[in-house]
Design a protein around this ligand. Structure first.
Ligand code: SF4
Ligand code: SF4
Length: 126
């Protein structure tokens, strides 16, 4: 797990308990393509997201709150996060460190660790 940001030597506020309870992770160790079709917040029946308030694309969408997992079995009736806040984006390429603008020479420019090209984190940007 990566905890420290190079620019600010402090633990990220994103590790707080609320996010842990929601199964939201800063860093996704499991390699793969980190898109909506593989995210635990997806709701298969109408191809929607239980967390982000926008029409998502299962094959191309992603956001900062991606978490690998089985699809949600129940459609959320609660308030959702705005797509801008969630950093929702679409990509024709895989979403992982290998396609992130912060990935240089097998290392991440944001976090103080070497990361694998197939891993990912909340700070992914294309
Ligand atoms: S928009 Fe974000 S939280 Fe929702 S399914 Fe896609 S990656 Fe998961
Ligand atoms: S390269 Fe991008 S996606 Fe990978 S850990 Fe760094 S910021 Fe996150």
């Amino acid at each position: 797990m990566i905890y420290w940001c190079k620019s600010e030597k402090k633990q990220s506020y994103l590790t707080n308990k609320t996010f842990e309870d929601w199964n939201i992770k800063i860093f996704e160790d499991k390699p793969g393509d980190h898109k909506c079709y593989a995210c635990s917040f997806r709701y298969e029946e109408d191809k929607s997201c239980n967390l982000v308030n926008t029409q998502i694309s299962f094959p191309k969408g992603t956001c900062a709150f991606f978490a690998f997992g089985k699809a949600s079995e129940i459609k959320s009736q609660g308030d959702k996060i705005a797509s801008d806040t969630a950093g929702y984006a679409v990509s024709d390429s895989e979403v992982n460190c290998g396609t992130c603008i912060h990935f240089k020479s097998k290392s991440c420019l944001v976090w103080e660790e070497i990361v694998g090209s197939k891993q990912c984190c909340m700070a992914w940007e294309k």
